[in-house]
Ligand binder design. Structure first.
Ligand code: CP
Ligand code: NVA
Length: 298
């Protein structure tokens, strides 16, 4: 039994195991010979909105033989103040695993500690490990090994998705460039903790030059809505558009974890020109998460 709470604490060998299983899951979709979740019920506890993560986990758990149970945090007693550790101990006695999307990373960690069932972080303010595993799977499907490649993250370089990229860079040996205004760059302490090849710069064009992947996420993450105006102003020029793509390596991938806001972090033309990659990336959430589920119960 294992938890997936962060990329920071996921061993390189486990990342590699999950990535190769993701490819096997994709090939075997619709004709899985083993059902590692047979007879199991899994709780999906979500305190924030979700399309991709929710649907891919519900479908993935079902396809592996289990029964997903979606629990909006607002509808269970958690939303009325029942402590996480009590919710965790109740669910731990009833279900076989949990997928948890919430605000504080500490809450997912506390849940895992008290529930004593496999627990998967489906996004916190600090990390989005399932996203990054699916993204790396997508990159390797299209470009081969990520090791030695250059991934340029553009926009809010201090968000959960950027953080997970930072921890992945050291573990898989690629160069990560973060193009963001200084207040939206990751803190030095986090870069030290991760100890990978990560370059932070305000120079968007320099960061894009020769990159293998241009990647972006929303400017306003869930929970940061009160900062929308300030973020729109500060991040205005940090957009993936036609001019920026021309600076990247020919054939570079343009990726977006979605949901996308056209005219903000990416323009309409560039988004649609790269829709094949972006929706392959979204589909790969399903395959990668099935690999994560199998790994977690193994
Ligand atoms: N990328 C992602 O996690 O999407 P959802 O918020 O729709 O789950
Ligand atoms: N950084 C974004 C990711 C959405 C999938 C957020 O937290 O809202």
């Amino acid at each position: 039994m294992k938890d997936l709470l962060s990329i920071e604490h996921l061993a390189r060998t486990d990342i590699r195991k999950i990535l190769s299983e993701a490819a096997a899951m994709k090939r075997a979709r619709g004709r899985h010979r083993t059902k590692p979740l047979a007879g199991q019920s899994w709780a999906l506890i979500f305190s924030k909105s979700s399309t991709r993560t929710r649907v891919s986990f519900e479908v993935g758990i079902h396809e592996l033989g289990g029964r997903p149970m979606f629990l909006s945090a607002a509808d269970i007693q958690l939303g009325r103040g029942e402590p996480i550790k009590d919710t965790a101990r109740v669910l731990g006695r009833m279900v076989h695993g949990a997928v948890f999307r919430t605000f504080a990373q500490a809450d997912v960690e506390e849940f895992a500690r008290y529930a004593s069932i496999p627990t998967i972080n489906a996004l916190t303010d600090e990390e989005h490990p399932c996203q990054i595993l699916a993204d790396i799977f997508t990159i390797e499907e299209k470009l081969g090994s990520i090791s030695g490649k250059v991934v340029t993250f553009i926009g809010d370089g201090a968000c959960n998705v950027a953080n997970s990229w930072i921890f992945a860079a050291a573990k898989l040996g690629f160069e990560l460039r973060i193009a963001a205004p200084r207040p939206f760059q990751p803190p030095a302490s986090l870069l030290q903790r991760a100890a990978g090849k990560v370059i932070c710069t305000e120079d968007l064009r320099a960061a894009a030059r020769g990159a293998d992947v241009l990647y972006t996420d929303v400017w306003v993450s869930m929970g940061k809505e009160a900062e929308s105006a300030r973020r729109a102003k500060a991040l205005a020029k940090y957009q993936i558009n036609t001019a920026l793509v021309k600076l990247a390596r020919p054939g570079a991938l343009v990726m977006h974890c979605l949901p996308a806001y056209r005219g903000k972090e990416i323009d309409e033309v560039t988004f649609e020109a790269n829709a094949q990659t972006i929706f392959d990336q979204a589909e790969n959430r399903l395959h990668a998460q099935k690999a994560i589920l199998q790994w977690a119960v193994g």
